[in-house]
Design a protein around this ligand. Structure first.
Ligand code: BG6
Length: 512
């Protein structure tokens, strides 16, 4: 008898088989803030890419809500342009023609009751015309000050109501608050209307393939985990460097700064995934519980002056072009103290990590765009080689290359061919482009699909958000009271103070 038959369920047909495409059931997505940059560059293209990959249901509906005086056709034309400009997969007319059937636009402001009644009527119409079954996700791609009013309006107009067997979900973009207190207030507002399992907070880094792969690397293999601890690891460096400036985002960025913009969310999530224990399962609760344990065990060094650095880009040269400094950007107060660079040192008070520093840094207008996690190992406790043989030998490292050159590098020493014993660093590389034929989906494709499927694994919970603010708040308060960010020329690797911070610990930043 064939083992497939004998073992009960045929794995090729098992509906729980993780290799089968996960296709969303009848549903629709309503985007608030649909005229914004995020919607145009990421959300609309991601919806199209999902449709193009056959992962959306046939009657999938997309509703835009905004102040603009648009008709359905104007909205569809806007989506069309966004898709043509930013979608990952090729444009196919037949996919577009199907998608357009379910596109609607509702004009109004967030405090306009009539507009929310029109939204309700639109959803009912779509349920009939498109078979969406009352299942709708509301994507709040709006500034945080507008969260409360939109959430309240959804409640007031019965749009959050799941009675009748359909589902309603709220998708909330960052920034989730400005500090712990405002995050707690926002959480309160959200949870007065939605149950925890109806709320999906976006941290788009968690939607990246390379970030999900951290868990595969650590927990699907045997060779990394035994050395993934204080007995072998010297320190961990997490870098998110961008070459762009703030572009047209002065209104959002000034007063927020690099630490709130990306350390509070993306970098602390990367740190949590790197440092956490193996979860009991890959269910949302088990994952979140382990991440929360790590975030709860993070300790700030006592001397915040010596273990944090913030910077602000000055003018300089980047990619052969002369660029202006932050204070000269449109819409920025010439006295602004906003950080466009931040580096912090954290420790994790638990048995695995005691005494191992985690250095996190991020900045705009740095040397080049790169995000990576480098686990740097201790030097060999004893070397039988001459000192001169190992002059060019660095520390072993496992580097998770999150982007743009996705993959993993292992750095170790190797004998240089020749008659003498000279040892130098070499790399062993895994590159996505070489190992896999399929290109990675965009983070937002994965996250929007997960929202429609109700799969919460890749979405930070309330507690994670609050724990992250608890880590950042004292740093921001310290910075508020002490001086100004150090200036660094655009196109460099940040302020000299950041190099000094590591040099004091006898270490240096990697130059990726
Ligand atoms: C966003 C930040 O969350 O992430 C931006 O608000 C930043 O300031 C962006 O530019 C970077 O995302 P990615 O995916 O390009 O690394």
């Amino acid at each position: 008898m064939s083992p497939l038959v004998g073992s009960g369920a045929n794995p090729l047909r098992d509906p729980a088989d993780r290799r089968l495409p996960r296709i969303a059931g009848p549903s629709g997505l309503v985007i608030f803030g649909v005229t914004g940059d995020l919607s145009r560059k990421k959300l609309m293209p991601a919806v199209y890419d999902l449709a193009n990959r056959g992962l959306l249901p046939p009657g999938f509906s997309l509703v835009g809500f905004a102040r603009r005086e648009w008709e359905n056709e104007d909205f569809a034309a806007e989506v069309h342009d966004a898709v043509k400009a930013h979608a990952r997969t090729p444009f196919r007319e037949e996919v577009w023609q199907q998608l357009i059937q379910g596109m609607r636009f509702v004009q109004g402001t967030f405090d306009d009751d009539d507009a929310f009644e029109r939204l309700r009527a639109t959803i009912e119409e779509l349920d009939k015309a498109q078979g969406t079954g009352g299942n709708f996700a509301f994507y709040l791609s709006v500034p945080p000050r507008s969260f409360p009013v939109v959430i309240q309006q959804l409640k007031k107009h019965g749009l959050a109501d799941q009675s009748g067997g359909s589902w309603r979900r709220a998708v909330i973009e960052k920034p989730f608050g400005h500090d712990l207190k405002s995050a707690e207030e926002l959480n309160k507002v959200v949870h007065e209307v939605f149950e925890p399992d109806q709320v999906f907070r976006i941290d788009h880094y968690l939607g990246k393939e390379t970030v999900q792969n951290i868990l595969a690397l650590r927990f699907a293999n045997t060779m990394f985990e035994p050395i993934w601890n204080r007995s072998f690891v010297d320190h961990v460096q997490i870098t998110m460097a961008e070459d762009i400036g703030i572009g047209g985002r002065a209104g959002y960025y000034d007063g927020i700064g690099a630490a709130r913009d990306v350390i509070q969310n993306h970098l602390l999530q990367l740190m949590a995934l790197t440092a956490m224990e193996e979860p009991a399962s890959f269910g949302a609760d088990a994952l979140a519980a382990e991440k929360e344990k790590v975030l709860g065990a993070v300790r700030l060094p006592r001397d915040l002056g010596a273990s944090t650095v913030r910077g602000q880009y000055a003018g300089g040269w980047q990619g052969g072009e002369k660029v202006i400094g932050y204070l000269e950007e449109d819409g920025i107060d010439a006295k602004s103290k906003t950080d466009t660079y931040a580096a912090i040192k954290l420790e994790v008070d638990n048995r695995r990590w005691a005494g191992v520093p985690f250095y996190l840094r991020t900045g705009k207008r740095l040397g080049r765009r790169v995000t990576e996690i480098a686990v740097v190992f201790q030097r060999a406790p004893h070397s039988p080689f001459d000192h001169t043989a190992t002059e060019e030998l660095g520390q072993n490292a496992i580097v998770i290359r999150v982007q743009p050159d996705e993959g993993i590098t292992v750095r170790f020493g190797s004998k240089v061919p020749g008659t003498s014993m000279e040892i130098r660093d070499v790399s062993m590389d895994f590159a996505y482009g070489e190992s896999f034929t399929e290109s990675s989906p965009e983070a937002y494709e994965r996250l929007i699909l997960d929202v429609l499927l109700g799969d919460a694994n890749l979405f930070p919970r309330t507690e994670e958000v609050e724990l992250s603010w608890k880590i950042l708040d004292p740093i921001e308060q310290y910075w508020d009271k002490h001086g100004r960010p150090a200036q660094y020329p655009s196109g460099t690797w940040g302020p000299a103070e950041a190099d000094e911070m590591l040099a004091r610990d006898g270490r240096s930043w990697r130059r990726p």
